[in-house]
Design a protein around this ligand. Structure first.
Ligand code: SF4
Ligand code: SF4
Length: 294
């Protein structure tokens, strides 16, 4: 197993380390739940130890109008601060190294089948999802209590359905009486993404994930940066062929789609044209070129 896979596995385990939930009979609600995980990991997953940043961001948006109305000035700016800090340091790197749902997509994509690329145009959909379902709808559409609704969590998130909805129904059968059309719709969305993951690499990250959309905005300006040496590059396109995000590294080496997985540097480029730099230090790992697999 590669070092990155180990780190992905450890991060997923740490994000869901409350493994005593079957014995305690409740989900974890301690101090750590006040902090956001760097990747997409549902707050309601029975084993979750932290808060999902996208869930927290929506909750922040839903509370703005009631807070303004009541004269309170406390807003959850820490969520924006956390995402800004992670993004400024690493750009979209958490997607490639720390996100449990990213790991799930990579593992499912290993199922043998014909593989298909995803059109570049679909990568812009996630910005629409971010603006509409995370910012605008939670802010402007309120329920009878005056609070908005967490639209992305409630109507779309396949990670939430997989990591929280289904496990909760298995764990607490009494909740099954609450199942309605809303849950079936989410089940359908999750099922479609699971099938798509077999045939295309990381379809949710590339087309829909609002967290990826936020981190992507930092890729060109973050402290960690990918670098390309055009003098060494032969335009063999091996980096593009093996990239899980379909990035043409030789054209755009800090592309918004790059999750900094370093696969191109460690496994694809035979010519030493790819490296990275972090706060003035640069790095390149020499290795045998390779694999045709993603
Ligand atoms: S794999 Fe290396 S040499 Fe080939 S196109 Fe990419 S950066 Fe250039
Ligand atoms: S360009 Fe390289 S580092 Fe970026 S996602 Fe593709 S393989 Fe990973």
């Amino acid at each position: 197993m590669s070092p990155r896979r180990w780190i992905q596995a450890m991060a997923s385990l740490l994000s869901n380390a409350y493994l005593v939930f079957p014995f305690k009979g409740t989900i974890y609600k301690g101090t750590l739940k006040s902090f956001c995980t760097p990747g997409l990991n549902c707050y309601s997953c029975p084993a979750a130890t932290g808060a999902c940043p996208i869930g927290a961001l929506q909750n922040f948006m839903t509370a703005i109008r009631p807070a303004l109305k009541s004269g309170h000035q406390y807003f959850g700016f820490y969520v924006i601060g956390t995402l800004g800090l992670i993004g400024s340091i690493s750009g979209r790197m958490p997607c490639g190294w720390l996100c449990p749902f990213g790991l799930i997509q990579e593992l499912i994509h290993k199922i043998p089948s014909r593989k298909f690329d995803i059109p570049k145009a679909l990568s812009y959909v996630k910005y629409l999802v971010l603006i509409l379902f995370v910012f605008l709808l939670p802010l402007f559409i309120a329920d009878e209590s005056g609070y908005g609704i967490t639209w992305f969590c409630k109507f779309i998130c396949p990670a939430g359905t997989l990591e929280a909805g289904i496990p909760m129904l298995l764990w607490k059968p009494e909740l099954r009486s609450l199942i309605g059309m809303l849950f079936y719709n989410k089940l359908l969305i999750m099922g479609l993404f699971l099938i798509w993951m077999v045939f295309s690499s990381r379809p949710f990250c590339r087309t829909t994930c609002p967290l990826g959309a936020i981190y992507a905005l930092f890729n060109k300006y973050s402290i960690f940066r990918m670098t390309h040496d055009p003098d060494k590059c032969t335009h063999c396109k091996a980096c593009h062929k093996n990239c899980p995000m379909g990035v043409k590294f030789y054209e755009s080496h800090n592309d918004t789609e790059c999750i900094r997985c370093l696969k191109c540097m460690n496994e694809s480029c035979k010519f030493g044209a790819i490296s990275y730099e972090f706060a003035g230090a640069s790095g390149r790992q020499e290795s045998e070129p390779v694999s045709e697999k993603l």
